[in-house]
Design a binder for this molecule. Sequence first.
Ligand SMILES: NC(=O)c1ccc[n+]([C@@H]2O[C@H](COP(=O)([O-])OP(=O)(O)OC[C@H]3O[C@@H](n4cnc5c(N)ncnc54)[C@H](OP(=O)(O)O)[C@@H]3O)[C@@H](O)[C@H]2O)c1
Length: 318
Amino acid sequence: MTRAVVATEFGGHEVLSVIETPVGPLGPDEVLISVRAAATNPLDYKLYSGNMGRDPARLPMRLGFEVAGVVTEVGSGTDGVEGPAGPVRAGDEVVGYRVAGGYAADVVAPASSVIPKPSTLSFEQASGMMLTGVTAVHALTVVGVGAGVTVLIYGAAGGVGLMAVQIAVAAGARVIGTASPGGHELLREFGVEPVVYGAGLEERVRALAPGGIDVAVDTAGGDEALDTSLALVADRDRIVTLIASKRAFESGIKVIGGAPGADPGTEIRSAARLELARLAEDGKLRVVVAGAYPLAEAADAHRALATGHAHGKIVLVP
Ligand SMILES: NC(=O)c1ccc[n+]([C@@H]2O[C@H](COP(=O)([O-])OP(=O)(O)OC[C@H]3O[C@@H](n4cnc5c(N)ncnc54)[C@H](OP(=O)(O)O)[C@@H]3O)[C@@H](O)[C@H]2O)c1
């Protein structure tokens, strides 16, 4: 048996509770991970909010797409099962992404989702590196961010934003990032030129970059980001948003992610996991943990996340 967070019905954060639930049995290509930390993501609460459907067959709903922990059992053989970075064995410290039901003390994961935990990151940090990291790599890849490029990143101090700014800076880009004033110091630490969002954003960015913006990456959504990108970036192929909307599709910019009509980037995202682990191992990728909560306080963790103003990852610690 293990302990896991479930949503018992569709609704607000109060529907979350911890249950005792059986583990396994493991399939031949699966491993059991003793979870040391599970990262939360906005998608987690959107799934039980009811805004993405209310199919009763999905209840009780396990949550959590990413974890860091220690492998306690492997499905077949004693030499481990093959993962993307080689054999996965009992005792290995690992990151699991994607997993199903990561908000738990133990989770079963396919070995194809398991890679070694970078030694430079704590379990809490490592749990939050993948969903945001692969999204950031995908976004930066489709718009072509590299040396000499000036990129504007909206929501730069959020989960995806902080990954995107680090990868862009490491690639040699000049990064301007939008955030509320409380996030500016953090962004400067990462080599970002911060700018507040809200009325007058286009003028503030023009003042910082009179030579123009080559690329825009929107992790915030909404009309302000779209209007500002369309005004500042000449080539619509070099504007990307994570937030699907009718206007985003109609304007001809790139829309990525799981929404209907968006580019899921499956191969780029899958390959990005090892690239992110390497960057972290080389000390070029830091994960900011904005808060850590016990499993039993998952609802409070989601309340903090759902403010939409977290600066870093909010994680659960079983
Ligand atoms: N399409 C995909 O594949 C994909 C993947 C991952 C996430 N997402 C989505 O992308 C969004 C961001 O995810 P996340 O994990 O980065 O969330 P997060 O950690 O909650 O960060 C959100 C950030 O947005 C900023 N923000 C809030 N309102 C803003 C505004 N009006 N203008 C500019 N920035 C604003 C906040 O900055 P301040 O605190 O400074 O205000 C906050 O740091 C979520 O909606 C998520 O569901 C999509």
